[in-house]
Design a protein around this ligand. Structure first.
Ligand code: DGL
Length: 260
C-alpha cells in the first residue's frame, strides 16, 4: 500500500523529498490541490472543506497513512480529521518549540514565518503562549513565496528582492532562530540564509514529520518493500507524464540544488 502526501500545491514535495531519502522503499501518492491553492489567504471553513475532500480522495486510493504536508491544512483540520478517520494521519506545525528552546536564554528573538491563516489560528497562538511568556516570538506571513513556488520561480533575481523587503521589517541581528512554517518556504532556504546573519538557525518541520511517519509505520507494522514510486494527482486528476517532468522533476532538481 502507498503513503498519501497532501498539500495545497507544490510545497509538500519538500517533505516528500526527505521521505524518499528516509523511506526509499515506500511508494507514494502526492496530491496537490492545484485548483484551490493558495490556502493561506482563505477562510478557515473553506480550507477545511478542501482538506477533507483531498483526504477522502486519498483514502479511496487505499493509502495506508496520510501526511498532511501543509502547515495551514494541519492547523485548521487535523483534529477533526483524526476524529473522523481511523487511518494514521501525520500533520505538520511550525517548529516553534525547538526554536524557542534554542533561543530563550540568549536574549534574542524567534521569527516564525508561515501563511496568514496558520499565523492567526488558535493552534499556533496557544502553542506560543504555552512555550514562552517573554514575547520573544514575532510572526511574519510570506504569501509571495507561495506564489513564486507555484510558478516554479526560483531565480534569486526575482525572489530575493521580495524576501529582503519582507525581512527588513525586522532588525535581523536580533534573531537567533527563524522558523519556516510553510512547506512552500523550504524551496527558498538558501535565500533566507543569504539574508540572515550567519548565526541564525533556519528550521522547518520537514525532517521531524518524516521521522514521525517512519515511527508510525514501524509501530503499525506497515513498512513496505517498494521502490519509491510516486503517482501524482492534482485536485483529483491524475497527472500526465509531461506535467510530471515539467513540474515535479523541476521541483526535485531545485531541492537537490539546495541540499547539495
Ligand atoms: N504549503 C502550505 C503550508 O505549509 C500552504 C500554502 C498555501 O496554500 O497558502 O502552510
Amino acid at each position: 500500500m502507498r503513503i498519501g502526501f497532501f498539500d495545497s500545491g507544490v510545497g509538500g514535495t519538500t517533505v516528500l523529498y526527505d521521505a524518499l531519502k528516509m523511506l526509499p522503499r515506500e511508494d507514494y501518492i502526492y496530491y496537490a490541490d492545484t485548483l484551490n491553492v493558495p490556502y493561506g489567504p482563505k477562510p478557515k471553513e473553506e480550507v477545511k472543506k478542501y482538506v477533507f475532500n483531498a483526504v477522502e480522495f486519498l483514502i479511496e486510493q487505499q493509502v495506508k497513512a496520510i501526511v498532511i504536508a501543509c502547515n495551514t491544512a494541519t492547523s485548521v483540520a487535523i483534529e477533526d480529521l483524526r476524529n473522523k478517520y481511523d487511518i494514521p494521519i501525520i500533520g505538520m506545525e511550525p517548529a516553534v518549540k525547538p526554536a524557542v528552546e534554542k533561543t530563550i536564554n540568549l536574549n534574542r528573538r524567534v521569527l516564525v514565518t508561515a501563511t496568514a491563516l496558520t499565523l492567526k489560528e488558535e493552534k499556533l497562538q496557544n502553542l506560543i503562549a504555552k512555550l514562552e511568556s517573554e514575547h520573544i516570538v514575532d510572526l511574519l506571513p510570506l504569501a509571495g513565496l507561495v506564489q513564486f513556488a507555484e510558478k516554479l520561480e526560483f531565480s534569486p533575481q526575482t525572489v530575493l528582492p521580495y524576501l529582503e523587503e519582507q525581512l527588513l521589517k525586522y532588525d535581523l541581528n536580533n534573531y537567533e532562530t527563524i522558523v519556516l512554517g510553510c512547506t512552500h518556504f523550504s524551496f527558498y532556504r538558501d535565500m533566507f540564509k543569504e539574508l540572515l546573519p550567519s548565526y541564525t538557525h533556519i528550521i522547518d518541520g520537514n525532517l521531524g514529520t518524516v521521522k514521525n511517519l517512519k515511527n508510525t509505520l514501524e509501530r503499525i507494522g506497515a513498512i513496505n518493500e517498494g521502490s519509491g514510486d510516486i503517482i501524482y494527482y492534482q485536485s483529483g486528476c491524475k497527472v500526465e507524464d509531461t506535467v510530471k517532468s515539467n513540474t515535479y522533476n523541476k521541483l526535485f532538481k531545485r531541492l537537490d540544488e539546495i541540499n547539495k
